[in-house]
Ligand binder design. Structure first.
Ligand SMILES: Cc1cc2nc3c(=O)[nH]c(=O)nc-3n(C[C@H](O)[C@H](O)[C@H](O)COP(=O)(O)OP(=O)(O)OC[C@H]3O[C@@H](n4cnc5c(N)ncnc54)[C@H](O)[C@@H]3O)c2cc1C
Length: 457
């Protein structure tokens, strides 16, 4: 089944500023990145099409490789175009899957990070266990080196990862781990600064998954720091372009014992000697740049919303799912600018999110949304919004009714768990049969896959 040419999600985005341009495509071809991992149309149907292609057995066999059969679903989950529960229910209708499956396990990691975030809130944005940082908390600098930002560190695995990130807004998990490990343990960059930077460039940037993964690599949310070497790169680089990732003879071409010594020392290592070709780093924006606004049905005056008594669904950037079928309330997209000041996004991510918002909302508000909500509340207007994972939006929307949703995919242990394996075991103990957890999601999964049969490939 292939992705259909037209989208049932609503009007196609007026601007494709989210798509890789010709120079990006060259970069991605040189790096050997499969097409499925660099084109992410912002529609739910594109996510369902990925899911229709996903095979849990191939995933388990190849997921560690940069050209392996990974799903590319993360942007769709991060921004709520589809829910992990509906995705797994759809998968379970076609394949036998259980808790022991590698893919289910990885969905579990996402849920685990969200479990931690729900309990520790914004404490996860700071170092959870400073004593876990191998060089001691004072050793790390609050600035990313220009050579890494410009993809000219001289370590091909790192420079390729940065180029792929800029060109597509996506990086394979292994490349994220390499980049994070190199920046923290060898270049001695404070993980918090680097995590904010990566978060801004990823289409799937998710504070729980991103910041806790960085802490996992750094050692402040794990039992030991994550290290990698040139052999590891050689093993998992894309087969068709392994030469462009090959990092033999560089700083990372050493034993794990030697790397651990470098990680423990207070002094930064690198970059590689000599000059290396550079790229211009794309900017990060605290508000949408002009190209992301093309064709957007903006709301400038709240009076344009009309009848004061009609219910209004507020749609934030992490809840960009399909509008409910049948008669539906007005939908107002909200971009609450004060919430974006601390962690700006790339132009690509803005364009992606706004293209989707334009497709699923009647109008879009881009500004401080607090006065708008105040006046809507004062009018007594019934408002509804899904819970938001980011605190700026969570504060804005606190107290509003949420649209009905099935229970979370994984049973969530009541206490606070900081070990994934313990959390996963406890979750299974609470719900021994995965199919019981998937049942409430079955209709959503079937409906999602059903949209694809309207457009046979
Ligand atoms: C430094 C670093 C930063 C990261 N930042 C983010 C982020 O901002 N947002 C994000 O969603 N993930 C993040 N991850 C986790 C992981 O890299 C991505 O979820 C995964 O690469 C997404 O690609 P995929 O959808 O093709 O994954 P697949 O391998 O196809 O997995 C399917 C789904 O399982 C979940 N998943 C898979 N691996 C992980 C993992 N290691 N941790 C948590 N969930 C996982 C994701 O929801 C993913 O979409 C980060 C990892 C690292 C090491």
């Amino acid at each position: 089944m292939s992705i259909a040419p037209a989208s049932p999600d609503g009007p196609e985005a007026a601007s494709e500023a989210w798509a890789p341009g010709p120079a990006d495509l060259t970069t991605l071809r040189v790096a050997g990145i499969p097409a499925a991992l660099h084109r992410f149309p912002p529609s739910a149907q594109a996510a369902w099409a990925r899911l229709a292609e996903l095979k849990p057995a191939s995933y388990a066999r190849s997921r560690n490789a940069l050209d392996g059969a990974v799903s590319g679903l993360s942007p769709y989950f991060a921004h709520g175009l589809i829910e992990p529960g509906a995705a797994l229910a759809a998968l379970a209708a076609r394949h036998r899957i259980g808790y022991e499956d590698k893919l289910v396990f990885e969905f579990g990691w996402r849920a685990f990070f969200h479990h931690v975030r729900a309990r520790r809130r914004d404490a996860i944005l700071d170092t959870l266990r400073p004593e876990g940082l191998p060089a001691g908390p004072a050793a790390y600098r609050a600035r990313l080196p220009d050579d890494v930002l410009e993809a000219r560190s001289g370590v091909p695995a790192i420079d390729q990862a940065v180029r792929v990130l800029y060109a597509s807004g996506y990086l394979h998990n292994h490349a994220r781990m390499w980049l994070a490990s190199y920046l923290v343990h060898l270049r001695k960059v404070d993980w918090r600064v680097a995590a904010d930077w990566l978060y801004g460039h990823l289409l799937d940037g998710d504070l729980a998954c991103n910041h806790l993964s960085w802490q996992w690599v750094a050692g402040s949310f794990s039992s030991k720091p994550y290290l990698f070497n040139a052999d590891n790169v050689a093993r998992y680089a894309p087969v068709a372009a392994s030469r462009t990732w090959r990092s033999a003879g560089t700083l990372i071409d050493r034993s794990y014992e030697a790397l651990e010594q470098l990680a423990r020392q207070g002094r930064a290592s690198g970059p590689e000697p000599g000059a290396h070709p550079a790229v211009e780093p794309p900017g990060l924006w605290a508000e949408p740049p002009a190209e992301a606004l093309a064709g957007l049905p903006r709301l400038d005056d709240p009076a344009e919303l009309g009848a004061a008594t009609a219910a209004l669904d507020l749609v934030h950037p992490w809840a960009l799912g399909e509008p409910p079928a049948g008669a539906r309330p007005q939908r107002l997209g909200l971009v609450h600018l004060p919430a974006h000041a601390a962690r700006p996004w790339s132009a690509r991510r803005w364009a992606w999110v706004l293209a989707r918002m334009a497709a699923v909302c009647d109008r879009v508000w881009i500004d401080d949304a607090a006065p708008l909500l105040q006046s809507l509340r004062a009018q007594g207007r019934p408002l509804r919004a899904a819970p938001a994972p980011e605190s700026g939006y969570a504060r804005l929307l606190a107290g509003l009714a949420a649209p009905p949703a099935p229970p979370p995919l994984f049973a969530d242990p009541a206490g606070s768990c900081t070990s994934f394996s313990r959390w996963y075991a406890q979750s299974q103990a609470l719900a021994p049969h995965l199919e019981d957890r998937l049942r409430p999601w079955a209709a959503a999964g079937a409906a999602g896959l059903g949209t694809l049969s309207l457009f046979p490939g």
